[in-house]
Design a protein around this ligand. Sequence first.
Ligand code: GAP
Length: 486
Amino acid sequence: MSKHNDELFKQVVSHAKEYGFVFPSSEIYDGLSAVYDYGQLGAELKNNLKTYWWKSMVQMHENIVGIDSAIFMHPKVWKASGHVDGFNDPMIDNKDSKKRYRADQLIEDKIARYQKDGKTEKAEALQQEMDAALEGDNLAALKEIIEKHEIVCPVSGTRNWTDVRQFNLMFATRMGAMAEGSDEVYLRPETAQGIFVNFLNVQKSGRMKIPFGIAQIGKAFRNEVIARQFIMRMREFEQMEMQFFVKPGTEMEWYAYWKEARLKWHKAMGIPAEKYRYHDHSKLAHYANAAVDIEFDFPFGFKEVEGIHSRTDFDLSQHQEHSGKKLQYFDSEMNQNYVPYVIETSIGLDRLFLLTLCSAYEEQDLSTDERTDSRTVLHIHPALAPVKAAILPLTKKDGLPEKAREIMNRLKVDHYVQYDEKDSIGKRYRRQDAIGTPFCITIDHQTLEDQMVTIRHRDSMEQERVAIADLDRMIADLVSWKNLLS
Ligand code: GAP
């Protein structure tokens, strides 16, 4: 991370806390590693991001429906899905610092250092060595690489390593009132399996015809060995996933469709195209026949935000085998039963949230020849902004607060709006800029005479006089989902 971006990232993290977007979990007890709470504005922004996804994926597609499955699932689900045996990270401990690391990430950091030092060939060779070791699940080879390249513990600075071991990322807990004799259940590590096990329920009750999709938004839990970069890698996070069931043989067509559609969805938020890129997977998971990540240019570099995977018939076939229940679709055109193939789109809500904050955050210098001035502004798309409008009486007297409350009471039925009468109007504008409020509505003495207010636009800072009678329609138009979903 360059110094500039490092600084920007720190500013975004502290801004998120200062203005009530994100807090460390249980902060009064010094926090809980890689767990975060969303504050009063964070919860609003998160809800708006969910709505944007839900509207575009479910409401805008006649052949996609949404569900909300439970976090706890039968333990056999995770055996069938491969998570019990294969959802592991290779980990290594440093005996001096007692710190635990993901072996592959230690090696990746070394590759990045080689690249930074201009040792491109060495970096490429190391990448190949690591890929081969990971592909063959060769833990001894990973340890050898760490030793050969003299990788040291970032904390102790020593090379006193344990062997590399597999570490399952699922959290387990016990179900039932009595701990003894009760069954072990897992906190789901992805929401996708809740969709697969409900495939037939939804298909039959919704009379769905292939191709069709099932979407859901929900919490997922992973005992990440190392958690870093704020809400980027958490132990409790939220996913927005959609499984699209297709006729076998048509999956590559649909894969191409969703790959393009999902990137278009991201760009519609008004974020410059160059901030995104695809990363096609060359090494595929055993169940996939194509996979791509949509990566975003965070202040710490390009990182995955969303994955699009062609998962073949792996999941449904596995559940069919492990449950003994048929999970097939009768295709009336072909007069044939088959296990559908699946294209998955899976986006991390918390990463989307971080992406939104990072791309929206700007420190603007507004200095003129006469005076120095600046503001911190969040350029969040109006449809996604936590607060849509601030209602600001110019003074606390002369009937202005009453008029402002009257306007507020009308607007709050449809929009989340804030009333603020404290401090100078300039300070109040700055406070709203800092939380991304797109419109400030000022009520002044003239308002009482002509029933007009001033609307100040966040990004341009331009002001216009508007009739109170037109306010409802105007705000509704400006923050409409239509501006994102056309
Ligand atoms: N069902 C497929 C699946 O879960 P994944 O690539 O492991 O695939 C999908 O996860 C998305 O979930 C990622 O692209 C990322 O945005 C998000 N995600 C995964 N692990 C995460 C974590 N520990 N913290 C925050 N988001 C995470």
